[in-house]
Design a protein around this ligand. Structure first.
Ligand SMILES: O=P(O)(O)OC[C@H]1O[C@H](O[C@H]2O[C@H](CO)[C@@H](O)[C@H](O)[C@H]2O)[C@H](O)[C@@H](O)[C@@H]1O
Length: 243
């Protein structure tokens, strides 16, 4: 990986994009309690302060939720709802379509004790982390997936099934942001299935470093074991980029 960091040090502009939950914040039962790791705010600000470097959070969360839960604001960029929502706004037709989806899925969730429906700007998320009856949890996720229309995109995650009302993904989002910035170097970190779209989109791009956090098959170039590994990698990256 040190060759990747040396290569990135010589490129500008550089986009450093990271997934949020499971990468910069530990997974918790209650999504609102998944705050940044202690080391993350200062380290992310160091990176964002390096010349020609933009730091973006790319999440399944809505942008407002991502700002509130992370506690971050300027100069960071935010991409929410798995790439369907940017920090410059959301199409009203997308919100209307989301409301129809809520009407279809809410009764399914209400029928399973411990399950929760999270309503996001361009998606709903069926959460089953706190469902004690695991077969009921699995059955709920299947029923919710079946309720999705052909124009929706179902995205399984960790104890969650997201149903998005657009076909945007983190891959198209990170490429769009990189293009907007004219980025010559791109770093992307992620831990979940939806991050694979970003790893794949960047696979053949010169100056791209993709990092998988934790176990599981991946298209990422390198892997770190956990959030402490994320911290160590971002420390090295900040030093290489002069932050
Ligand atoms: O793309 P990410 O930043 O990884 O966001 C993915 C989903 O993260 C949140 O759910 C996950 O984290 C929760 C808090 O730790 C946890 O309770 C849940 O089981 C996880 O699936 C968030 O609530 C979703 O909106 C995001 O899409």
């Amino acid at each position: 990986m040190s060759a990747d960091l040396t290569d990135l040090a010589n490129r500008r502009p550089v986009l450093v994009a990271s997934d949020y939950d499971g990468v910069l914040a530990r997974l918790r039962d209650v999504p609102g309690e998944a705050v940044l790791e202690d080391w993350a705010p200062d380290l992310l600000r160091r990176l964002a302060g390096a010349e020609g470097v933009t730091v973006a959070l790319v999440s399944g969360r809505g942008v407002d939720d991502l700002r509130t839960t992370s506690g971050l604001g300027e100069p960071f960029r935010f991409v929410g709802s798995h790439g369907a929502e940017y920090d410059d706004g959301l199409d009203p037709a997308v919100a209307a379509e989301r409301d129809l989806l809520v009407d279809a899925v809410q009764p399914l969730v209400d029928a399973v004790p411990g399950a929760r429906l999270e309503v996001k700007p361009a998606a709903v998320a069926v959460h089953v982390r706190t469902v004690a009856d695991r077969p009921a949890a699995a059955a709920l996720l299947e029923r919710a997936a079946a309720a999705a229309g052909p124009h929706h995109t179902a995205k399984p995650g960790k104890d969650v099934l997201e149903i998005a009302v657009t076909d945007a993904d983190k891959g198209t989002a990170v490429l769009r942001l990189a293009e907007q910035l004219g980025a010559d170097g791109v770093v992307y970190l992620g831990d979940d299935v939806t991050d694979e779209d970003a790893f794949t989109a960047l696979a053949d791009r010169p100056g791209a470093l993709t990092v998988k956090v934790g176990d599981g098959d991946t298209a990422a170039r390198v892997r770190v074991a956990d959030l402490d590994g994320v911290r160590d990698l971002l420390e090295e990256l900040a030093a290489a980029l002069g932050g």
